[in-house]
Design a protein around this ligand. Sequence first.
Ligand code: 8OZ
Length: 366
Amino acid sequence: MPSLFDKVTAGDLHLANRIVMAPLTRNRSPHAIPLPLTATYYTQRASAGLIITEATAITQQGQGYSDVPGLYGTEQLDGWKKVTHDVHAAGGKIVVQLWHVGRVSHTSLQPDNGAPVAPSAITAKTKTVLIKDGQPAFVETSAPRALRAEELPTLVHSYQTAARNAVETAGFDGVEIHAANGYLLDQFLKTGANQRTDDYGGSIENRARLMLEVTRAVTSAVGGGRTGIRLSPVTKSNDIHDADPQPLFDHVVRELASMNLAYIHIIEGDTGGARALTERPFDYAALKAAYRQAGGKGAWMVNNGYDQHMAETAIQEGDDLVAFGKLYIANPDLVARLKQGGPFNAGNQKTWYGGGAEGFTDYPTL
Ligand code: 8OZ
């Protein structure tokens, strides 16, 4: 019977256990540059089988929050170089999450204070986090403009460049494409945000096109075995919804099956919230079966509200990896704590976004 503590291979990634640190936005990178404190934070958590970094912007246009890191400047890549060096020295594996927020942004964060970009000019009824005087302030997102079709090749290319720089320059073991939680690629996927009438809107095939083009471009730069992708079929995050998510995501994973990805990362239910939504039913077993039937060999990573018992059951029943979010904020030695069945530190939500070492690098180990 496989256990959470057994090693596993995900594409080219050889992982010491099945316990993953989920991507967690922390807003502690002024000017989008990860600080030495960020290296301390991730290195404290290096006993995870895999660390997925906080969402990291591929371009300035992809920025939607204050003080989140990027991958598009030399100093940003240098900041990450220290993170990957220190995590590797501690025996860990780390991939960076490639992020473009699309419409979930604010003009004050955009190049020339312009409008954020989106599949269609539909404002998300959601808030973003701007850091003011070191404190998080939640503000309404700005009205977006629809991307022109001729802008899309450049956009795809910017994912590819970020992926290449992440692996070749910053030293990451791989990348995770953020296609979840109502950000750009999820906006293209879903009917609630995509009303395009060109090849990137309308049918399921058209709405999935940008995400699949991005994934192909990223895998051609760094290899499928170093590429994972995060999906959230029914999340409510950032005012996103789709009229019929099951056939949409079944199509998506069937197309991903041939790309030899390291892993597929699924958020079950509403991100950080309910795992089952009566108004948004979804069959995750059918999704996984669609991927396997299409020949998909990547590791299957599950996430959202897993406790120890649920995680052990998931691995015993054939999932390959479990990602923990809130537990990882408060428990740097989560692997050791799970191994002995707890106890677990309680986290402090007030220090999730912004600030310094408090609530970041000061949680005690056993
Ligand atoms: C919380 C706050 C800001 C961003 C996500 C990148 O939900 C995020 C995020 C989460 O994927």
